[in-house]
Design a protein. Sequence first.
Length: 114
Amino acid sequence: MSITPSALAIEQSVAFNILRMCRGGCIPANAILGAAIAAHQMARRDDPVIAAHVLRAVIFASTRTREQRQRQVDYLTELPMEAWEGMINCGPAEAREGTLAMCAWWMTRMEADT
């Protein structure tokens, strides 16, 4: 899927807003998935203190289509284990496993409803 320059600029602007919100202690829900992923990539590189908060924005991003849900799961699956540190009061492996199980359940549920 090709993204136009104007759509890319919007996605980058939203990514910066997601970072700003997470720095302020607010985790956005239903954000644009691509923007949430971009924000998480920036946070992992530039601001690891808030990376766990931004990862939650990826998890709670809007995934209305099968392709978006698959992109979300692919991104989460490919993250290294250290990206899951600081997520919840358990180890990174448990956080990853629980999140991916929730995503799998959600994907199954959404497919059943269509």
